[in-house]
Design a binder for this molecule. Structure first.
Ligand code: IPD
Ligand code: CA
Length: 293
């Protein structure tokens, strides 16, 4: 029963050797899927079908990248579960489930805006249940810039860009909220976007500025790398956040839901600990003003 599911903090971690293996596999597969979506991007890229709304699209390449990830994982780790954005999952008979977003930033991909990513994470627990799972290894790859972010529990967060030496990410002391560059995103559903715009009205005057880049996974990694200061969004799914969550936490950041809740569709708040609290306070006021406690 859902309420009896172990909470994320109680879930045992894989052994150090297995964590290394999971991290290396996440990087390898995210890079391979990233190469596929760039190299085989059709010139006349079409929308394969729509999902929740007419603007929530899936391209042929979302599907192909997910199929590639699923088949590679089935061959390499047949016992593990699988949860991908583009269709339902497979239950695990091991303690690991792979949570993948074959293209995070699908609209950017469709418009050829170079801010999209492949996100591959190994998680423990039940990724359908906020608070009952957590990522233990993962990678986020921007296949256009060839930037790779990766992490494993206890192993630090790393950024690899081209042939440069890997850089260990350690979040610096953040600026105060009034000087912070905050990332956020908007959902596909117009009603939700209107609500998000009302909340944004309460936040935008309290920060340096807002960025809506279009890939939650890259936004959260940007906070870990210091190219954004903080981030919040309502409506994220497990596959949008799983790998980037670990990158952020391993870089020293806080990644939570709202007011003590675990991160989930209701809200994600990300930033260095000192800034995280200030963003939460501003969001609380903005939510109240938007008519929500
Ligand atoms: C979306 C992106 C976007 C965020 C949306 C997500 P998708 O994922 O991450 O930045 O604002 O909430 O759904 O659909 O491009 O994989
Ligand atoms: Ca996504």
């Amino acid at each position: 029963m859902a309420s009896e599911a172990p909470q994320a903090g109680e879930l045992p971690l894989p052994s150090p050797g297995e964590l290394q293996e999971l991290e290396a596999l996440a990087v390898e597969l995210a890079v391979e899927a990233g190469r596929l979506i760039v190299d085989e991007r059709p010139v006349d890229l079409g929308v394969a079908k729509t999902k929740s709304t007419a603007t929530d699209i899936v391209t042929v390449m979302d599907q192909r990248a997910q199929d590639l990830l699923r088949s590679r994982l089935r061959a390499r780790r047949p016992e593990d579960g699988f949860l991908g954005e583009e269709e339902g999952g497979t239950a695990a008979s091991s303690h690991i489930t792979w949570v993948v977003d074959p293209i995070d930033g699908t609209v950017n991909y469709l418009y050829d805006i170079p801010s999209y990513a492949v996100s591959v994470a190994a998680v423990v627990g039940d990724p359908a249940e906020p608070g009952a799972w957590r990522p233990v290894a993962g990678a986020v790859v921007n296949p256009v810039t060839q930037e790779v972010f990766h992490a494993r529990a206890g192993g630090g967060a790393w950024q690899v860009a081209g042939s440069a030496e890997p850089r260990r990410l350690r979040m610096d002391a953040p600026p105060p909220l009034s000087q912070a560059l905050a990332g956020t995103g908007f959902g596909y559903d117009a009603e939700r976007r209107l609500w998000q715009a009302r909340v944004l009205t309460g936040v935008i005057g309290q920060v340096r500025d807002i960025r809506r880049i279009g890939s939650a996974a890259l936004d959260i990694c940007a906070v870990a790398a210091g190219t954004l200061d903080c981030y919040y969004e309502r409506g994220l799914n497990a596959w949008d956040m799983a790998a980037a969550w670990l990158v952020l936490v391993e870089a020293g950041g806080r990644f939570t839901g709202f007011a003590g809740q675990p991160p989930g569709a209701a809200m994600v708040v990300a930033g260095a600990p000192a800034l995280h609290g200030q963003l939460e306070t501003a969001l609380l006021a903005a939510l109240r003003a938007a008519g929500e406690e």
